[in-house]
Design a protein. Structure first.
Length: 174
């Protein structure tokens, strides 16, 4: 970064499966994304603007088959030089002036990971049929056909907590 002239510099990267393998992160190991990093050198501060678009492969939480999650993210990070590396805030880091460079690979990886929903399941009817049959076979619950069947949709119903629930008791209320 130290060698960049004043103004805007644009860098474009293709993040594909070999890149994810090099990152060796546990959350995403396959994908194909386009990354654009704009570095704006103002003289005393670097404004990095990240744009990611494409898709990543993650296992379905229900059937474990790979599924594609679309990623379309933008983020900003400010960088300045100082005596040693540290995070000044969530969007400001200090890089040692003697090094004068910053590897943005891990920032890109984290941006991708944080864009993935916590729950990732195929659309209804798209899960691996064999796995769904096995899952239903091993589910604990009613065996009679007349009793309610297990619904494997994305929707989850949460009942209101009662007064005996330690989390919703008066000790937790202001």
């Amino acid at each position: 970064m130290k060698s960049l002239s004043l103004g805007t510099h644009v860098f474009e990267f293709q993040l594909d499966t070999p890149w994810f393998e090099l990152m060796d992160g546990p959350d995403v190991q396959k994908g194909k994304l386009n990354a654009i990093v704009r570095v704006i050198n103002t003289g005393n501060l670097y404004d990095l603007r990240f744009e990611l678009s494409g898709g990543v492969q993650v296992p379905c939480d229900r059937c474990l088959d790979d599924m594609t999650i679309e990623v379309d993210q933008k983020s900003q990070l400010f960088v300045k030089f100082g005596p040693e590396f540290f995070e000044e805030s969530e969007d400001m880091i200090v890089v040692p002036e003697r090094e004068g460079e910053l590897n943005v690979a891990w920032f890109l990886y984290e941006l991708i990971v944080f864009s993935i929903p916590l729950k990732h399941v195929h659309a209804p009817g798209k899960c691996n049929k064999t796995m769904m049959i096995k899952l239903k076979k091993h589910m604990a619950g009613p065996k009679d056909e007349e009793e309610a069947e297990v619904d494997f949709t994305d929707e989850e119903d949460f009942e209101a907590a009662d007064d005996n629930d330690p989390v919703s008791g008066s000790a937790w209320e202001d």
